[in-house]
Write a protein that binds this ligand. Structure first.
Ligand code: CUA
Length: 341
């Protein structure tokens, strides 16, 4: 290969890199942004797109050149020339990819280090993932919820825990993503910088309800957040207004129903639950005695509703619930399933 040919090939690679990069960078791959981490992550993706385009161009140009330059003449049935290596070429194809990969690794490390730095005034939220629901606990504030509320422009640290299988926490607008692994605590931080409603999406295939395993995220002003916390505290701590003992049981039972993620899979009109991954409780529970309901919560596979297979419902609720909570939930279900009474 002459020097002129080499220069032409390199020029072709650079032009192709530019063309592919410009086309690919037109797409808004990550969608709208809603956290301070987003700019860094989006820039990293752009850099990776350009690097990948470069590698792809090298392969494509050399492939095209080789096909054209070393094609067989018509009628030529002879074998190719035996070749025993080319030191210069081998050094080049070892060194260039090594430099590219090391650069990508160092740059990613730099960005990860920056966006994962913990801020002193961050809000801590314990996140529990289970088939197929999310639960959010605010340890400082003493609040538990099925919605994730966070104040805008303040870093939030989400400490993740899974109680059955591997799930993954992802709010696309925040860009960050992290697995929730049973028995191995993980955590992820984000600094939301745009108020609005978003969604936590489970992004690890975790079973039949994976695609519906979502939870609302509300990014709001500090004042609105404080008000929400106060409202939640009022509900969890004090006695519900009106309704007496019956109302208290209903409120407590419904709270357990929500917190345990039952709404993620079942339909129960009294709790505003409409999912269909598990049996419709308004249809299957009215015919059943409290003991049978209790048994189905602890050992779901012992008796299956028609149309539902084994293993759909986790068998972890016997451990997750205290005996009192279980009593409350069973009473709540037996009194409220089948429509409001
Ligand atoms: Cu949880 Cu997918």
């Amino acid at each position: 290969m002459t020097r002129a040919t080499l220069i032409r090939l390199v020029a072709a690679m650079l032009v192709l890199t530019a063309v592919i990069s410009v086309v690919l960078l037109q797409f808004d791959w990550n969608g709208p942004a809603g956290a301070t981490e987003a700019d860094d992550v989006d820039l990293l993706l752009d850099v990776m797109i350009v690097l990948s385009s470069f590698v792809y161009s090298i392969v494509l140009v050399m492939l095209g050149y080789s096909i054209w330059r070393y094609r067989a003449k018509p009628g030529d049935e002879s074998d190719g020339e035996p070749i025993h290596g080319n030191t210069k070429l081998e050094v080049a194809w070892t060194v260039i990819p090594t430099v590219i990969v090391l650069f990508g690794a160092a740059y990613s490390w730099f960005i990860l280090d920056e966006i994962e730095a913990r801020q002193g005034d961050r809000l801590e939220v314990d996140v529990t993932a289970q088939q197929f629901a999310w639960r959010f606990e605010y340890p400082e504030e003493g609040v538990t919820s099925t919605e994730l509320h966070v104040p805008v422009d303040r870093q939030v640290e989400l400490d993740l825990e899974a109680i059955d299988v591997i799930h993954a926490f992802w709010v696309p607008e925040w860009r960050v993503k992290k697995d929730a692994v049973p028995g191995q605590p993980t955590s992820v931080v984000a600094t939301p910088d745009r108020e609005g409603s978003y969604e936590v999406i489970c992004t690890e295939l975790c079973g039949i309800g994976h695609s519906t395993m979502r939870a609302p995220v509300i990014v709001e002003s500090q004042e609105e957040f404080d008000t929400w916390i106060a409202d939640q505290g009022g509900k969890a701590g004090g006695a519900p207004t009106g309704g007496g003992a019956q109302g208290a049981l209903a409120a407590e039972g419904r709270q357990i129903f929500d917190e345990q993620g039952c709404t993620g899979c079942h339909t129960l009109e009294a709790a505003g639950a409409t999912e269909t991954i598990g049996p419709n409780l308004d249809e299957v529970l009215p015919q059943r005695a409290p003991d049978e309901i209790r048994n189905s919560i602890i050992d779901p596979d012992s008796e299956l509703s028609p149309g539902f297979g084994r293993g759909i419902m986790p068998d972890t609720f016997g451990d997750a619930l205290s005996p009192e909570e279980l009593d409350t939930l069973v009473r709540y279900l037996s009194e409220n399933a089948g429509g409001q009474k």
